[in-house]
Design a protein around this ligand. Structure first.
Ligand SMILES: *Cc1c(COP(=O)(O)O)cnc(C)c1O
Length: 389
């Protein structure tokens, strides 16, 4: 299967019409991901939710609503966004809810998932009084994860995320309708198999009393080489053993995966032991996971340092020394005014971007299926001043 990046329709003509910096989402690529997810849903007879934490570009929620069952929210604001703009199932989980927000959250949520026994006992009655149809769940910690690093491992030592099986009893089970676990990060289906085994070893005895299990996010389902047949096998096998349970997946990254890019412009080229191009965007402010995870974003028409004739360090326009995207080589020398295309910059970027250093937020554009470009959002000075004072 081809990757979305290979199918991108972004070309030089479109590039020249875009503001800079600018995120551009390609509707056709988003729909391609959604079709893959819908196929999994139908063949495995499960439900799939969009994790708003990764992707909240609500201008595309009409399209998403055609394919997915709803969204999962991390608290009041995301729940409101999901209810207002997607208006399908809203499942809300937070590491800790605030007493002052629980009513508002319960009113607009279909599922409410608590992180601890203490939170469950504190709030489930009020939630049910507010919304008698609400389904109450508990996030559990399967104490097993193959996540790539501790920062992305909810089962790491001393993790605050999820309740341990040793803290669960029958009385508590009578209060809840479902379990939720989330222990994957950018992983393939065998990693889910491992987590599921650990989950069943610890929690299977309570499953006959429940109505649903949510397998969380982190499933890299839309990646070209992801083992989708393996995922369907795992899901169908689980369903066969527990036919009374509704299964949910809530991927975020897999929805936005390779659906568009971040466009930037070369503002200056300086020399200090190597050639360094300063861009009108920032790794720190606009692509923070490149620094946090960290990872190196691909740049179109480039190769690794030294592979092509002209190597540059691409760096951001803030005063942070480490605001560096990485070293890239090109066939021809870069010039001031050249456009740089960072691939796959739609998930975990817009939702995390800041105005650090007073830098302008990238505008947001969409390439429609018919080839038309719409600017969805322009950011300016107001967005900066409204956040800092
Ligand atoms: C982050 C998160 C997700 C989405 O994870 P992806 O890696 O973007 O698929 C889903 N559920 C929970 C509870 C999360 O914390």
């Amino acid at each position: 299967m081809k990757s979305n990046i290979e199918l991108s329709k972004l070309n030089k003509d479109i590039l020249n019409t875009l503001p800079s910096p600018c995120w551009i989402v390609e509707e056709e690529l988003l729909e391609r991901n959604l079709k893959i997810l819908k196929d999994i849903k139908e063949r495995a007879d499960i439900k799939i939710l969009l994790a708003l934490k990764a992707y909240s570009l609500w201008h595309t929620f009409d399209l998403i609503g055609e394919y997915l069952d709803g969204c999962c929210a991390s608290g009041l604001y995301e729940a409101k966004l999901g209810r207002e703009k997607l208006n399908k199932e809203v499942h809300t989980y937070s590491p800790a809810f605030k007493a002052s927000e629980i009513k508002d959250i319960a009113k607009i949520s279909n599922h409410l998932v608590f992180n601890s026994v203490n939170q469950l006992n504190s709030f489930y009655k009020e939630a049910k009084e507010t919304n008698p149809n609400i389904s109450i769940g508990l996030r559990v910690n399967p104490e097993y994860s193959e996540a790539p690093s501790d920062i992305y491992n909810p089962c790491a030592l001393y993790s605050r995320l999820g309740t341990l099986s040793s803290d669960i009893n029958d009385e508590l089970i009578s209060i809840i309708d479902g379990f939720h676990f989330h222990a994957l990060c950018e992983q393939d289906s065998p990693a889910l198999g491992g987590v599921l085994k650990a989950f069943e070893d610890k929690f299977a005895k309570w499953l006959p009393k429940l109505k649903w299990v949510n397998f969380g996010g982190g499933h890299h389902i839309t990646r070209a080489d992801y083992d989708r047949e393996g995922l369907i096998d795992i899901l169908v096998d689980f369903k066969n053993r527990y036919p009374h349970l509704e299964i949910y997946l809530e991927p975020g990254e897999a929805v936005g995966w390779q659906t568009g890019s971040l466009i930037a412009t070369v503002l200056d080229i300086v020399h200090n032991g190597m050639d360094i191009a300063i861009l009108d965007t920032s790794a720190e402010a606009h692509m923070p996971d490149t620094i946090i995870m960290p990872y190196r974003a691909d740049v179109r028409y480039s190769a690794k340092s030294g592979e092509k004739s002209y190597t540059y360090r691409l760096a951001g326009n803030t005063c942070l020394s480490g605001d560096i995207m990485g070293d890239y080589s090109f066939d021809t020398p870069l010039k001031i005014g050249d456009k740089i295309i960072f691939e796959d910059q739609i998930h975990y970027t817009m939702v995390k971007a800041t105005t650090f250093n007073g830098i302008k937020l990238p505008d947001i554009a969409i390439l429609r299926k018919d080839g038309k470009v719409d600017i969805l959002k322009k950011f300016g000075y107001e967005d900066f001043i409204n956040r800092v004072g």
